[in-house]
Design a protein around this ligand. Structure first.
Ligand code: PEP
Length: 300
């Protein structure tokens, strides 16, 4: 039975607002830098759920991670959000066995293949074996501190996909690249390496993380983030398919915190966040997860 007067939603994707096909979605996307777009917030990809990841990086010990897990277990999290945390490798078993099943666990990296004589590496097989559902690949700290190339990141993605791990595929420009007007070229090249390697995009979330905003306290403005997110969706439409562009979630990362998350979340092509520093504090991370409510208000 259809209730004519109520908008229909799958997650946060409004189905009866002209969003019937990929091409209609992308017609709107190409003009979506306008905050007052009439389609409102309906571009939620995939499951239609907001997606928030916490990247704990190389932080914590057994005790602090126990406290963080306790805080997350007791936090009230909105339903329409996929929530994932990425502990340091050695703490993944502790987190998987103590964290609420409401939150999935990710690795922060994985090797290009099954394993073997690769000292210090962790394979996607191992991540899956200890209960990880996701892996972060292409993070700027791996690219720019550890020297990973897009080619290596592509190989890692291809292998992780064979183990059914969801991939949080990170892209983003350095400050000098932004200042010289090369943001979209850099991001497109990084996306192309993922596109060349991934068998499909069904289990992929793209994280747009401008390098100058990561760990610096210098967050992109909602307009800056929306502009690149819309461009990424357009790139997906043109280079992959309109359907993938419509369905793939594009999340923002770079100094997201409790206070700034709700304004960012309102932007139509911002489908969630990847959070570093603020994910180490359970209550603040919960606030970021729950910033989905500001998106729902705009969509209503
Ligand atoms: C990150 O590491 O992906 C990140 C976005 O870090 P921060 O939130 O600390 O800027």
């Amino acid at each position: 039975m259809v209730v004519a007067s109520c908008p229909k939603f799958v997650g946060l994707r409004r189905l009866d607002n002209g969003i019937k096909s990929g091409s209609e979605v992308l017609g709107a996307v190409s003009s979506s830098s306008s905050a007052s777009s009439s389609r409102g917030i309906v571009s939620m990809g995939g499951s239609g759920k907001f997606f928030v990841g916490g990247n704990w990086k190389c932080n914590g010990n057994s005790e602090s991670i126990k406290k963080l897990v306790d805080d997350l277990n007791s936090a009230k999290l909105e339903d329409d959000v996929d929530v994932v945390v990425a502990p340091p490798f050695v703490y993944i078993p502790q987190v998987v066995s103590t964290l609420t099943k409401r939150i999935d666990v990710a690795g922060q990296n994985s090797w290009t293949g099954k394993g073997g004589a690769f000292t210090g590496e962790i394979s996607a097989d191992m991540l899956a074996d200890v209960g990880s559902k996701w892996v972060i690949l292409g993070h700027s700290e791996r690219r720019h501190i550890l020297g990973e190339s897009s080619d290596t990141i592509g190989k890692k993605s291809a292998y992780a996909a064979t183990k059914d791990l969801g991939i949080i595929a990170c892209v983003g420009e350095k400050l000098e690249e932004r200042e010289s007007g090369r943001t979209l070229d850099v991001v497109s090249d990084q996306l192309q390496a993922f596109a060349d390697s991934l068998p499909d995009w069904s289990n992929v979330v793209i994280a747009y993380e401008p390098v100058w905003a990561i760990g610096t306290g210098k967050v992109a403005t909602p307009e800056q983030a929306q502009e690149v997110h819309a461009a990424i969706r357009k790139w997906l439409s043109e280079k992959v398919s309109p359907e993938v562009a419509s369905k793939t979630r594009i999340i923002y990362g770079g100094s997201v915190n409790g206070p700034n998350s709700s304004e960012l979340a309102k932007r139509e092509d911002i489908d969630g966040f990847l959070v570093g520093g603020a994910s180490l504090k359970g209550p603040e991370f919960a606030t970021i997860v729950n910033s989905v409510t500001s998106k729902k208000k705009v969509a209503a």
